[in-house]
Design a protein around this ligand. Sequence first.
Ligand SMILES: Cc1cc2nc3c(=O)[nH]c(=O)nc-3n(C[C@H](O)[C@H](O)[C@H](O)COP(=O)(O)O)c2cc1C
Length: 188
Amino acid sequence: MSLMRLAYASEATFEAKPVEKGVEPHVARILMTSRKNNAKDQLVGGLYYGNNCFFQYLEGEENAVRSTYDRILKDDRHRNIVTLIEEPLGSRTFSNWSMKYVPLSRDVRKFLDEQGLESFEPASFTSDQCEKMIELIRNSSHDQNMVNHHDRKSVGETPQVLSSGMKMGLIAAGLVLVGALVVGGSML
Ligand SMILES: Cc1cc2nc3c(=O)[nH]c(=O)nc-3n(C[C@H](O)[C@H](O)[C@H](O)COP(=O)(O)O)c2cc1C
């Protein structure tokens, strides 16, 4: 069983929806699917989305990386996919992230400044810039809980905060309270 790593750059085909906080909804959906599938396939890596472009890094079993990449290549949510790294890997280098997400952050801006780049255009990254970007994703400490929270909201799932039993209990308590107020009011 051999390991490999892969990085590519691509251009999003969707129009980014402005979001105040959290993750762009299309990207949130991609992350949800990626996390589900990659965890099953023991793939790890990270995704960066900015300036309407993606940079993704994946590592794991060669067969799993290749079949995932085949699906990614056919996805019409992005185009102009440029493979930047595709090579064997001696041992895993990433912590256990099925797909870590990195938003446009101070770190990325600093990286662009250091490289003398005006905007994020990963398709023209040199191999050194790719390695630096991978390192940045590896070390990113962005709160991934926030990503999951917005993933859920953006795909329309309602988080089940209250069980139906608790809801019924609250309704019953409300009715008792209203009844008590009515009775109390009529006694005044
Ligand atoms: C930029 C981008 C990155 C993606 N990354 C992954 C990934 O890491 N793993 C994955 O399974 N799917 C990824 N996808 C989604 C795949 O293209 C495809 O929609 C998905 O694997 C289908 O999974 P399903 O058969 O479980 O619906 C990505 C899509 C895009 C546009």
